[in-house]
Design a protein around this ligand. Structure first.
Ligand SMILES: [Fe+2]
Length: 241
């Protein structure tokens, strides 16, 4: 299976703290049946320039590569670079928006605000969807459930052709079956992610969520999600470890 959302790269955001932790997270994911990961470090406008952020991201990859042994390489998923872009009201006009796509594809992960969404927020995402070459992935839709986010906006994402991603932690939550099952049954969730951050805080846990989904929703839905992810990544440019 594919993990579309992860913070495995060290010291670029609030994810992994060092190379060893990154490698442990990769191995832990692979041991859970994850053969492909998308690296989605946060990009927050104003924190770094785009040039500096891209340099940092590549530097982290290079450091991990140098530390991996030949044995390690057999025990980690293949991986592709991308980003989790913090919502910005002008992001639809950034001339460098394409730098954040899953490399080799047209998918970009646009993180919605953690405050009540507005019509303008929705218009930014829809402008990207309809007026740029890029297709938004809406990460961790579950984070906006049971909050101040208006349901009509969440529902809109289920209707337009963006990719909606759910985090493993929500699927693993013991009381969440009545909330997530109808969404998967109605094919409203397209992608899965661990959104793993470190070994101390939010470890890789997608394997458990996959087992749970199989139990609750059946193998067919997992097969569909997996096939969709592989189709999305068919031209992806993977990191050469
Ligand atoms: Fe994330």
């Amino acid at each position: 299976m594919i993990d579309f959302h992860s913070h495995v790269l060290h010291h670029i955001d609030d994810g992994s703290h060092n190379v060893d932790e990154s490698i442990t997270m990769l191995k832990m994911s692979y041991a859970q049946g994850i053969d492909t990961m998308v690296f989605t470090p946060h990009f927050r406008f104003g924190e770094y320039s785009i040039k500096e952020w891209l340099r940092l991201r590549q530097e982290k990859v290079d450091q991990i590569r140098e530390a991996l042994t030949e044995e390690d390489k057999k025990m980690i998923p293949r991986a592709v670079l991308s980003a989790e872009i913090e919502f910005h009201k002008d992001m639809n006009h950034w001339d460098y928006l394409g730098e954040f796509r899953i490399q080799g594809t047209n998918y970009i992960m646009t993180e919605m605000p953690f405050m009540p969404w507005t019509k303008q927020n929705m218009e930014v995402v829809e402008d990207i969807l309809y007026n740029t070459p890029y297709i938004p992935i809406i990460p961790h839709i579950d984070r906006y459930f049971h909050t101040f986010t208006e349901q009509k906006y969440i529902d809109r994402f289920y209707r337009i052709p963006v990719m909606v991603q759910m985090n493993a932690i929500y699927i693993n939550g013991v009381h969440n079956v009545p909330f997530f099952k109808p969404l998967f049954d109605a094919r409203k969730i397209q992608l899965l992610g661990s959104d793993c951050h470190s070994m101390e805080w939010r470890q890789p846990d997608l394997g458990q969520a996959i087992d749970r989904l199989r139990e609750v929703c059946g193998q067919e839905i997992l097969d569909e999600i997996d096939a969709r992810g592989r189709e999305m990544l068919k031209d992806a440019i993977y990191i050469e470890w």
